[in-house]
Design a protein around this ligand. Structure first.
Ligand SMILES: Cc1cc2nc3c(=O)[nH]c(=O)nc-3n(C[C@H](O)[C@H](O)[C@H](O)COP(=O)(O)OP(=O)(O)OC[C@H]3O[C@@H](n4cnc5c(N)ncnc54)[C@H](O)[C@@H]3O)c2cc1C
Length: 420
């Protein structure tokens, strides 16, 4: 890495080299002339394939499978700085790092994702049951610890719980419920397990048609749905989730999804909202506060799912907006439509596929080609499950390698069925 203490030419700095940051920094390096310095900052060199956190607990993935070297996926000509961001001061165009270094930028892209905050719910991270009977699976450590707990589990009340929205990959806790249903069946103890899905939403999911389909699927699997549950605390003595209204939900094993917020440094900077997310124009991804700052992925306040697919689709628009502004002074004009799609693992070797954007909720039909598919939207199929598994190869082999992806960035309406 060059000495970054003095800025001699034009410099763009990308914070975070996870899904969105890696895609964007590679695109920037490819599109910008050599005199532009392209810098990527991340706190470590371990790039995790987070959808794999679902498969580790149920023994389908070895933990080591999800971890790759970040540097391996960064194109030559990118300066990688391994340090934690401590603060961004947009008035100075500077990023302050844990190493004591301050990096000045002409343009900044924020792609530092979310973090889980189990410490913000009483009795969760500070309780005696944390990582003994109360687990999470949104981190590497959490999913590995849950794997051991499931191996040892012999029956009782299992609660899969969501603390509050937004969370990244909002279908992941549902998927985990379906996968552990399968897991307990294979272990031949399903009849000894009372499985409940507890959510603050008024149904299984936030979008009406998808919520109905996913709710039916929970029913089908004899997984009880407990909607509208606003957690106040976990009572570690009685092993119960306690709601604000005093309702109590007992458990022998609780798999929670803690509050998701932006990263700590955002709270210490002048760039975030009260949840630590970066306010951006929802179509151009330009910061609403500083015109030379953009944000992408889970770190933003975009009103769509926090998902890798969103990072990918929006990157196709963002690169045009950034490069146009940086090289020609053009105002950002490419509009991201909020397109998200998620393969929802439904167990028994099948998955559902959801496809939606800011304006259109998930509908039935086919994907990616109208009437042809081959994937079925909102219906369970083996092919959808194969699609979910194949995505891992596409992630490392295409998206993180800056290779052209054939899927269109905008949501396609043709071939979808509307219902009242
Ligand atoms: C269990 C699970 C299942 C999922 N399944 C799917 C799925 O099936 N499909 C899908 O599309 N999405 C899925 N996701 C969501 C997907 O992984 C994320 O939406 C995606 O990774 C977001 O990309 P990002 O770049 O915004 O954030 P990340 O990929 O999380 O990258 C953020 C980066 O910022 C770095 N960083 C953070 N803070 C700092 C700091 N202070 N200093 C320096 N670096 C920092 C981190 O180290 C990290 O590398 C899943 C997520 C989970 C947890």
């Amino acid at each position: 890495m060059d000495d970054l203490s003095v800025k001699t030419g034009k410099r763009v700095v990308v914070l975070g080299a996870g899904s969105a940051g890696t895609m964007m920094v590679n695109k920037l390096r490819t599109r910008l002339p050599d005199e532009w310095q392209v810098v990527a900052v991340d706190r470590d060199n371990a790039h995790m394939y987070q959808p794999g956190f679902l498969f580790i607990p149920v023994g389908k993935y070895k933990p080591s499978r999800v971890v790759h070297s970040r540097k391996k996926y960064l194109l030559p000509g990118i300066d990688f700085v391994e340090a934690a961001v401590e603060k961004v001061v947009t008035a100075e165009n500077k990023v302050y790092l844990s190493s004591g270094q301050a990096i000045e930028y002409d343009y900044l892209l924020i792609a530092t994702g979310t973090q889980i905050r189990p410490d913000l719910t009483e009795g969760m991270a500070d309780g005696a049951l944390w990582f003994k009977k109360v687990f999470e699976f949104y981190t590497y450590e959490g999913s590995v610890a849950l794997r051991r707990a499931l191996e040892e589990f012999e029956g009782g009340k299992v609660v899969v719980h969501v603390t509050d929205m937004p969370i990244k990959c909002p279908v992941a806790p549902l998927e985990l419920s379906f996968l552990i249903d399968d897991y307990f069946r294979k272990k031949r103890i399903r009849h000894k397990v009372d499985l409940t899905y507890v959510t603050p939403l008024d149904g299984a999911f936030s979008k009406p048609v998808a919520s109905r389909e996913l709710g039916n699927l929970l029913d089908d699997r004899a997984i009880r749905l407990r909607p509208d549950f606003a957690i106040d605390r976990i009572d570690n003595e009685t092993q119960e989730l306690v709601g604000y209204d005093g309702t109590r939900i007992p458990f022998d094993l609780c798999i929670t999804t803690p509050l998701n917020t932006g990263q700590d440094y955002v709270f210490a900077s002048d760039i975030g909202d009260e949840s630590g997310f970066i306010p951006v124009d929802k179509h151009t991804l330009q910061s609403t506060d500083a015109p030379n700052v953009f944000a992408i992925g889970d770190a933003t306040n975009l009103p769509t799912s926090k998902a890798g697919a969103v990072a990918h689709f929006s990157s196709e628009k963002l690169i045009e907006n950034m490069v146009g502004l940086m090289l020609e002074g053009k105002q950002p004009a490419e509009r991201f439509d909020g397109h998200a799609n998620c393969f929802v693992e439904s167990g028994r070797g099948q998955a559902l596929l959801l496809d939606f954007n800011y304006d259109t909720q998930p509908l039935t039909g086919t994907y990616p080609l109208a009437h042809v598919g081959p994937m079925k939207l909102l219906g369970r199929s083996r092919l959808n499950h194969m699609g979910k598994l194949a995505f891992e190869k596409m992630y490392w082999g295409l998206l993180m390698r800056n290779r052209k992806n054939p899927l269109p960035a905008d949501m396609q309406i043709a071939g979808k069925k509307w219902e009242e």
